[in-house]
Design a binder for this molecule. Sequence first.
Ligand code: IPM
Ligand code: MN
Length: 378
Amino acid sequence: MLLNLTILPGDGIGPEVTEQAVLVLHATTDAFGHELRLQRKLIGGAALAAANDPLPADTVQACLSSSAVLLGAVGSPAYDHNPSHLRPEAGLLRLRRELGAFANLRPAVFFPALEDCSPLRAELVRGTDIMIVRELLGGAYFGTPRGISETSPSGAPGSRVAVNTMRYSEQEIERIARVAFDLAMKRRRKVLSVDKANVLECSRLWREVVTRVAKDYSEVKLSHQYVDSAAMLLVQRPADFDVLLTENMFGDILSDQAGGVVGSLGLLASASIGGPVGLYEPVHGSAPDIAGKGIANPLGAILSAAMLLRHSFQLEQEAVCIETSVSSALDEGFRTADLLRTPAGEQAALSTAEMGHRVVKAVVDSTATTSQRKERSA
Ligand code: IPM
Ligand code: MN
C-alpha cells in the first residue's frame, strides 16, 4: 500500500518526538511491504516565525491532498501576547476545522510495566483502558461571539469584558455520540457521557441527544455523569471506565488527567477523525521547558502513528505491531525521564532518540521472527 502523509513537526518538543514516530513508521511499513511518502510542512509557532501565519495555505493544501497527517505539537511562549488569530494554537484549531476532524479519540491505557509511574496505587490503576471520545469542532473553542472588548462601555480602565460562547447543535452532538457508541460496541460496551447538565443548556441538549442515540445501541450501557464528579471518579476508579464521551473543553481537561492517571501524559496518543483526512498527534503539548534537550517521551507520538495506520489505512496488524513494540520496550525497563520515579542515578533515563530506537528495534525484531518478511520479499 502507498501511504501519503503530511508531517507537521510544529513547536517545542514536537519535532523531536515526531522524528522518532517517523522512524518507527519507516521500520513498520518496510517490514510489512508498504511504501511511505512524506512531505513536511510548517504549523504553529514555526509557521508564524516563517510566514506570520500559524497555518499557511500551503500547509492546508498539503494536508488535504495527503491520506493522513501526523502532527507533533504547537505552542510557544514567544507568542503568548499575540492576538488570538496569530497564536500557534489558532493554527491547530483551524487545521482541525479544515480537516473536518470532529471526533478526537484519546485512549488512556495503563501499561503493566509502569505500575510505579502512576501516582495511584497499583491495585486502583491496574486494568485501566479508557477511550476518551472528545468532540473537537464545537463548544467554547469555536462558538461565536467571542473576544475581549477593546474598551468597556464606560471607557474606564480595568473594566474590559471577555466573552466566549459555548454552542452545540443537535447534529454535532449526534454525530460524535455515534462515534462513541460504535467504538463501545467493539469494546466493553459501556459509554459514560460527561456533561454539566445541572448548569449548562449545552449539556442539557447533549444529554438529551446522547440518550436518544443510545436507543439505537441497545447492547451498550449508557450512563451520565457531571464533569466534576467524573473528574473525581477518574482518579478513584479509573479501571471502571470504558468509553468516555464528552464535549470539547471537558475532553481537553479530562484527557490530561487520564494521562496523569496512567503514569505520564507523554504516553497518550490521539486520532482526530470524521473528515476526509485524519489528523494524529500526541496529547501532550509543546513542553517548551524541555524542548531541545532531547529528553521528551516519544511514545505518545509513536502510538499516534499506530492510530494513523489503524484509522486512516485500516492496517490493524501494523498498528498492533507498533503498540506491542512500545509495550515490550517498556517491559524491558526502558524509560524516558518522565517515567522515572526512582532517585536519580539508580536508573538512567533514555533520551528521546534512544527510546525511539528501542521501539524501532522491537518492530524489526518482532517482524523478522515472523515469516511475513521473507514471504513478502520472496
Ligand atoms: C490538545 C491541546 C489543544 C487543545 C491546544 C494546543 C489548542 O491542548 O490537543 O489537547 O486545547 O485542543
Ligand atoms: Mn490539551
